[in-house]
Design a binder for this molecule. Structure first.
Ligand code: GLN
Length: 286
């Protein structure tokens, strides 16, 4: 391969990403080189004119090939940021979306109102990004992360350690579509970003999502609403008096979910729009 500086590798990498049709090739080249070299942004800038070990270039080439093949950049890097915090990701879990930051922000706002600490459950937690950002931002609260996938739980546990929230956050295996395990206790807030893509629309998603993200984390059944239909009656029993559900949902799904919540006895329900004007989060309090 010959001796190359980080800058030489960077220029080759940038060119390869551009030729491979990657729109954000400048940013992604920096991210890939930083990860391959194990350097943070400022370290990389400082070291740009140094010669790099051969294995850095090998790692860059392997990562570039995956990216150009259509794999999402977050999986290629093995981590992604959510609410300003780093999360380890792999192909067993959905990549944290910036869309979901709205749900995390609303949950944080609510959790802050509890002087004695809010008990929060993150149902279908995946990477754990929602629950962990609440635990991190509101240290007085106690958070339980729940998923039916052991791979997701292992990853969310790593993310608990990585973000230093082991003091107030634990993980537990449970199936969102079934009754909650008796030992879970009661909650002030259940946050949930379930799979909600209507089955027939999965084929039309972006290739990166469709071919690389776990189907089980996307597929919400025929109309996308299967999880809400199962979760609302099964899990409302573990909400405390005055407790609330907060759900993320897809475009045009909020009215149907609010109807389910009203039918289940929730007196106050509402939807909150995201920056794109989509009703993205449904909130319901008992
Ligand atoms: N927002 C995701 C997407 O459009 C779907 C996430 C989910 O089903 N919870 O790819």
């Amino acid at each position: 391969m010959g001796i190359k500086t980080y800058n030489d590798i960077y220029l080759d990498l940038r060119r390869a990403l551009k030729a491979g049709g990657i729109e954000d090739f400048n940013l992604e080249a920096r991210l890939i080189l930083g990860t391959a070299a194990g350097k943070r942004r400022e370290e990389l800038i400082r070291d740009m004119n140094l010669y790099a070990l051969d294995d850095v270039e090998e790692r860059v080439k392997a990562m570039t090939a995956r990216r150009v093949d259509g794999e999402p950049i977050a999986y290629v890097l093995g981590e992604w940021e959510f609410m300003g915090l780093p999360f380890t990701v792999d192909r067993q879990v959905l990549i944290p979306r910036s869309d979901t930051e709205l749900l995390a922000e609303l949950a944080i706002e609510r959790a802050r109102r509890f002087d004695a600490g809010c008990r929060v459950l993150d149902l279908c937690c995946g990477t754990g990004c929602i629950g962990i950002s609440i635990a991190r931002t509101v240290p007085s609260c106690r958070v339980v992360l729940v998923d039916n996938s052991m791979a997701a739980l292992r990853l969310s546990h790593r993310n608990i350690m990585r973000n230093g929230v082991a003091r107030n956050t634990v993980c537990m295996e449970a199936d969102a579509k079934k009754a909650p395990p008796a030992l879970l206790g009661k909650y002030d807030l259940i946050v949930c970003n379930p799979p909600y893509v209507p089955r027939g629309e999965i084929g039309g998603l972006d290739r990166g999502v469709r071919d690389f993200e776990p189907r089980a984390a996307l597929d919400g059944g025929e109309d996308g609403l299967d999880f809400y239909r199962a979760i609302i009656p099964a899990w409302k029993g573990i909400l405390k008096e005055g407790g609330a559900f907060m759900f993320e949902c897809g475009e045009d799904q909020a009215p149907a979910i609010m109807d389910m919540l009203t039918a289940a006895g929730f007196a106050r329900t509402g939807a909150v729009r995201d920056h794109g004007g989509v009703e993205r989060v449904v909130v319901a309090a008992l």
